[in-house]
Design a protein around this ligand. Structure first.
Ligand SMILES: [Zn+2]
Length: 277
């Protein structure tokens, strides 16, 4: 895409509760598109992006990683943890060669891969030389979440970035962190949720995070029950969709298993981009 080399990948496959994914949307509507198993669980993926741009390597989203307890990994039927590192290796990129890492927020299924458990059982940073851009509001909330959000944050995922490593750079709202690499603060799902927009000339790719989890969430009022501010989610989604359709942005959705990337066309139609899969 212009100067941008994009590699889209699925870092983990797992299962999430249908009610968590679709909130108050009646099951009779969502299950036609995302069938649930006997435990009401649906298939989800952690979608990540590796981008090369002007000689820099950028990783967007890091998935769950390898630190989940055996019990928790079984509960969510986790498969293929650490495939982000395998894909990097296939591209000939060592983790210490990654320049910039951006996760859309600090929930366990997006920030888990920021750190990993090594062979000695210790938690270490995955990308030891990268700059990590995080909204300050997200960091503060992740350290002190409300009672409902508490299980969604695991301190080991992100606190080592600040422990003397100085790899975290806090943002206060929208920013251009490298030429062509734009972060948009959207909030809604969490206080510091951000959308990443990579631009090359007129072309752009937007990584939505949990603002848009799966293709059924391309409807503005279909949101997750985990959102702390649903009305803000609707507002920011409507804005993003308008721009994406008008300027033909490639959208990358956070958790879709079948069609995670594509273009929005008139009337809310989704044209998947299969070449990226
Ligand atoms: Zn998520």
């Amino acid at each position: 895409m212009g100067d941008l080399e994009l590699h889209l990948l699925i870092a983990d496959r797992w299962k999430a509760d249908g009610g968590l994914m679709f909130g108050v949307v009646p099951k009779i509507l969502w299950e036609k598109q995302k069938p649930a198993d006997a435990n009401n669980m649906i298939d989800v993926a952690c979608v990540c992006l590796i981008a090369r741009m002007n000689g820099r390597v950028i990783v967007v989203e890091t998935g769950i990683g390898n630190k989940l307890s055996e019990k928790r990994a079984l509960q969510v039927a986790l498969r293929e943890p650490e495939s982000l590192l395998h894909h990097l290796k296939r591209l000939g990129i060592r983790p210490d060669e990654v320049d910039v890492v951006i996760t859309t927020h600090l929930h366990w299924d997006h920030a888990g891969g920021l750190t990993r458990r090594n062979q000695e059982g210790e938690v270490e940073l995955t990308f030891k030389n990268a700059r990590h851009f995080i909204q300050k509001t997200e960091w503060d909330f992740a350290l002190n979440p409300d009672v409902r959000s508490r299980p969604s944050f695991i301190a080991d995922d992100f606190t080592p970035l600040a422990d003397g490593n100085k790899l975290v750079e806090f943002l206060d709202g929208d920013a251009e962190v490298l030429p062509g690499v734009h972060v948009r603060h959207v909030g809604g799902h969490t206080p510091g949720s951000q959308v990443l927009i990579l631009r090359s000339g007129e072309l752009a790719c937007a990584v939505t995070g949990d603002l848009v989890c799966q293709t059924p969430h391309l409807r503005v009022p279909w949101n997750m029950s985990a959102d702390i501010d649903p009305l803000r989610v609707f507002e920011q989604k409507a804005r993003l969709f308008e721009e994406a359709e008008l300027h033909r942005w490639l959208l990358v959705l956070s958790h879709d298993v079948d069609q995670p990337a594509g273009y929005l066309e008139g009337g809310g139609r989704w044209r998947p981009e299969p070449r990226l899969l």
